[in-house]
Design a protein around this ligand. Structure first.
Ligand SMILES: Nc1nc2c(ncn2[C@@H]2O[C@H](COP(=O)(O)OP(=O)(O)OP(=O)(O)O)[C@@H](O)[C@H]2O)c(=O)[nH]1
Length: 222
C-alpha cells in the first residue's frame, strides 16, 4: 500500500508530505513525457529503457499517446516513473497538448540523421513554453547516435542549440542503449533534488551530472 502512495513533487506540498515517512517508506510518482517529431525514436527509447530491447523492423507510428511504468531507485528513494510516449505526427497534437500540464519532466528528441527534426526543435520549445508548467524539467536528446554514415547533425550542433536555449543535452541511441538509462535517471534525480533539498543545499546541475556520468562511463562529450 505504501509503495503505491503517490507523493507530489510540485511546490512545498510534496516536500512536506515526504517528510512524514521514514526513508525506507519513501516513494514518489513522476510523469515523464517524450516529445519530438514523428520517427525520431521516442517509442524505441522508451522500449529500450523499459525492456532493455531495441524495436527493430518496420516503423509503427504511435497513435495519440501510450504509457509505460518503470521504478528507479534514486539515492535510496523509490521513484516510480510513468512515461508518456506521445505521437509525433501533427494530427495528434491536440491530444498531446492536454498532457503537458501534468508532466514533471520532458525529454525532447530529435534524430541526428534527420535535419528537419533538428530544425523543428525551436518549434517544439515554443510549444513546450506554451503548454507545459514553467518549472518542468527539460532535456534535449539527439537520438540515433549509433548511425555514423547517415548522420547530418553533429553533436556540437546539438550542444550549441541546447546552450542557446539553456537546456541540458546529450546524445542517445535506442539501438545501442547509449545514455538511455542516464536520460531518465538524470531527470528523476533533478526532480528528487528539488523536492528534498534544504534551502542552503547547492542547486543540482543536470548538465554537470550527465557529463560526469558519461565521462565515468568512458562516453562521448566535450
Ligand atoms: N539506428 C537507430 N534507429 C532507431 C533508433 N531509435 C529509433 N530508431 C528507428 O526509427 C524508427 C522510428 O522509431 P519510433 O520509436 O517508432 O519513432 P517515434 O518517435 O516514436 O515516432 P512516432 O510514434 O510517429 O512519433 C524505427 O524504424 C526505429 O527502428 C536509434 O537509436 N537508432
Amino acid at each position: 500500500l505504501l509503495s503505491t502512495m503517490p507523493l507530489g513533487f510540485r511546490g512545498d506540498g510534496g516536500a512536506q508530505q515526504m517528510e512524514m515517512y521514514p526513508p525506507f517508506f519513501r516513494s514518489v510518482f513522476l510523469f515523464v513525457m517524450l516529445v519530438g517529431d514523428s520517427g525520431v525514436g521516442k517509442t524505441c527509447l522508451l522500449v529500450r529503457f523499459k525492456d532493455g530491447a531495441f524495436l527493430a523492423g518496420s516503423f509503427i507510428s504511435t497513435v495519440g499517446i501510450d504509457f509505460r511504468n518503470k521504478v528507479l531507485n534514486i539515492d535510496a528513494l523509490k521513484v516510480k516513473l510513468q512515461i508518456w510516449d506521445t505521437a509525433g505526427q501533427e494530427r495528434f497534437r491536440s491530444v498531446t497538448h492536454a498532457y503537458y500540464r501534468d508532466a514533471h519532466a520532458l525529454l525532447l528528441l530529435y534524430d541526428v540523421t534527420n535535419k528537419a527534426s533538428f530544425d523543428n526543435i525551436k518549434a517544439w520549445l515554443t510549444e513546450i513554453h506554451e503548454y507545459a508548467q514553467q518549472d518542468v524539467v527539460l532535456m534535449l536528446l539527439g537520438n540515433k547516435a549509433d548511425v555514423a554514415h547517415e548522420r547530418v547533425v553533429k553533436r556540437e550542433e546539438g550542444e550549441k542549440l541546447a546552450k542557446v536555449f539553456g537546456v541540458p543535452f546529450m546524445e542517445t541511441s535506442a539501438k545501442s542503449g547509449l545514455n538511455v538509462e542516464l536520460a531518465f535517471t538524470a531527470v528523476a534525480k533533478e526532480l528528487k533534488h528539488r523536492s528534498t533539498k534544504e534551502p542552503d543545499d547547492p542547486k543540482f546541475q543536470l548538465q554537470d551530472y550527465v557529463n560526469k556520468e558519461m565521462k565515468s562511463a568512458g562516453c562521448c562529450h566535450s
